[in-house]
Design a protein around this ligand. Sequence first.
Ligand SMILES: Nc1nc2c(c(=O)[nH]1)N[C@H]1C(S)=C(S)[C@@H](COP(=O)(O)OP(=O)(O)OC[C@H]3O[C@@H](n4cnc5c(=O)[nH]c(N)nc54)[C@H](O)[C@@H]3O)O[C@H]1N2
Ligand SMILES: Nc1nc2c(c(=O)[nH]1)N[C@H]1C(S)=C(S)[C@@H](COP(=O)(O)OP(=O)(O)OC[C@H]3O[C@@H](n4cnc5c(=O)[nH]c(N)nc54)[C@H](O)[C@@H]3O)O[C@H]1N2
Ligand code: SF4
Ligand SMILES: [Mo]
Length: 713
Amino acid sequence: MNENMLASFRERQQSAATEQVFETQCPFCSMQCKKKVIEEKRAGRAKYRTIGVDNPTTKGRLCVKGKNAYQHAVHHNRITTPLIKYNGEFQKSSWEDALAYIKQNIEGIQEQNGRNAVSVYGGGSLTNEEAYLLGKFARVGLGTKYIDYNGRFCMSSAASAGMKAFGLDRGLTNRIDQIADSKCIILAGTNIAECQPTFVPYLEEAKQNGSFIIVIDPRETDTAAMADLHLKIKPGHDKTLARLLEKFIVQENLVDDSFCRERTNGYEELLEELDAIDPHNLCKEIGLSVQDVHEAAYRFGSADSGMIFTARGVEQQTDGHETVRHFLNLLLLSGKIGKHASGYGAITGQANGQGGREHGQKADQLPGYRSIENKEHRQYIADVWGVKESSLPEKGVSAYEMMERMEDKEIKALILIGSNPVISNPNANLAHKALSSLSFMVAAEMFMTESAAYADVILPTTSYLENEGTLTNMEGRVTLREASRPSAGQSKHDWEIISAIARVLGKGDLFSYTDAESIFNELRLASRGGKADYYGITYERIRRETGVFWPCPSEEHEGETTLFTENFETENGKANFYYDGSISMHMLKEEISEQYPLFITTGRTMNHYLTGEQTQRSSRLVAREFESFVYIHPDTAMSYGVRSGELVVLSSKQGETTLRCSLSEQIRTDTLFAPMHWGGSQNINRLIAGDLDPVCRMPGFKRAAVSLRPYKS
Ligand SMILES: Nc1nc2c(c(=O)[nH]1)N[C@H]1C(S)=C(S)[C@@H](COP(=O)(O)OP(=O)(O)OC[C@H]3O[C@@H](n4cnc5c(=O)[nH]c(N)nc54)[C@H](O)[C@@H]3O)O[C@H]1N2
Ligand SMILES: Nc1nc2c(c(=O)[nH]1)N[C@H]1C(S)=C(S)[C@@H](COP(=O)(O)OP(=O)(O)OC[C@H]3O[C@@H](n4cnc5c(=O)[nH]c(N)nc54)[C@H](O)[C@@H]3O)O[C@H]1N2
Ligand code: SF4
Ligand SMILES: [Mo]
């Protein structure tokens, strides 16, 4: 080897020695794309590359957010030490002092005001282990009934609808690759192209195989661009549309009568109710032509197989539960469920939106989809936890209702882990008032968010690159996120934080875990025999099989890929049709008026994620979209005298926000659209009312009535 070769060999060897590879999963949406982040350190400077890793769900694909998701995790703004607020200013502290301060305040508040004076608010980014532990912590660490989480705003209506209709709620009833074989696909209020981009190839494959795709959305989104038929509905009218589709399926004799008779309850009642519906006026009311609605029904009813996917467009409504129930009626009427390439999908949103809604961070829930109101369920979980059944609290209230109780000062303290409620709650004004009314607040966070700023103590949490655990993807496949990057500064994993607080409150013996896997093993037991049964799933199996589907009751069980092939999970094994005994189409929703003449609907864009705290710390994503905007049809803009790029003020009964006008021919002339990813004066939830769906307590994020005027500085 000559000198030159030796030098270049040494150089290569040196660079290889400083390269580290972190095998992980994207922290953002429910596709849970597997990826590697490669950290290359030269002369003290780190460079990062992200590469997709093959797996059965996303096959190595990544979207722009996943490719850039390391940027927030290594950002210099990460909170890396505990912070305590003194006289309105945060100061660094030790873990010991922060925990002692928490003990003093929580104990003081509970002694004076009772156990329920302290509340817990979780999120769908938490791993299964942490979501489970948070539920346990609230019930046995604090003994409070007040716990809920951000998933209440996400898909609680689809979850409650699936539970009532089928007796079980799992994101997809079929394995994702069956989509390619489905002959008619309805995408109702879902913008998959921007929100789950690595899902799109399955739809493309279906199309190549001759599938007919129907998209229901007030906007011509990138998803709608894939459709064979786009129903550009007026916001908030999907329940009526679903009923019209049911009506036409019956009228055209496309009902699978034997399926309905053998496998459903309420068939006759539904038929009777549909009989009374007159389609013509109703189509007009919802902004669609009779021909288009009829064609959609005909195509879906007559196809050999079919799937319906719903997402937030139809679910985040004050009648979200009923709306989803009617879409599920369509599947039952046409016998398109429980078979290969026929079924339902509630397109789950957050990384662990699925697992996060199964194991107890919901107000009325115990692990494994058990109910806190069921005596046997309570007893089972009390035994697993080694506590008395009578010591478990009753059910609490939903996320927004907790905010109301904070404002009323019934709830005096909050422990917030994995959410940014002042941007994500409806009626942002109330969320601000609620958090400022608290006597004491703790936030476990990576960043100084608008919500964390209200806290008295901030505990630094680790990022997805650092924190190991399982997450259940939108299919119902339990995946393992291996994490190996050292924790940033003094940050700790959420499960360590929860356990540490329990310990100072004197409950250490119930929270003595050594690692995430030890919590998972307890979760397996706690979920055993429940609807979301994880008992047969182990870390070792997940590694070996690249994910395992639940329900999985034993280690020998393969995990269910297609649900309901023989039975539904209801009491008598049959699915429940939804009928409400009246044909009234009346909806308790904000109507447009002379004062508020336009609808606004809210949602997402490709480049940013939820309240923006993570993606807005990625310079590449910020470069793509650095501020919020409102889409306005050019004709509407002209009639209000506003031009592209100008600022406009939007007002509703709730409040005002100022956004930049972006002209779009893709939206209805009576409707505006704005993303939810920005806070402060661009917080779109200043406009959204706090009315909730009576069944699942979902707010109506997808429809408000507003006025628009040019901004004058
Ligand atoms: N107008 C309107 N509002 C909406 C919606 C809408 O469509 N329109 N959508 C709703 C929906 S679907 C959702 S899901 C909610 C989401 O609402 P949020 O939960 O408020 O949104 P995120 O931005 O995910 O907030 C998560 C916070 O937790 C932090 N975080 C991330 N990972 C972790 C972790 O592992 N541990 C801890 N401790 N912290 C972590 C992040 O830094 C971030 O600040 O918003 C809802 N609000
Ligand atoms: N890029 C990106 N991807 C994400 C997220 C993100 O923040 N950014 N968040 C993740 C999360 S938590 C979630 S919950 C999912 C959300 O995923 P989606 O539900 O697909 O996203 P949204 O943009 O909230 O709403 C979907 C569509 O509903 C339409 N819509 C609005 N009102 C109505 C209506 O009344 N009827 C009908 N039929 N449609 C309507 C909107 O125009 C929009 O195109 O995305 C996940 N993926
Ligand atoms: S945001 Fe969703 S689709 Fe994009 S890389 Fe992450 S998990 Fe995959
Ligand atoms: Mo969500």
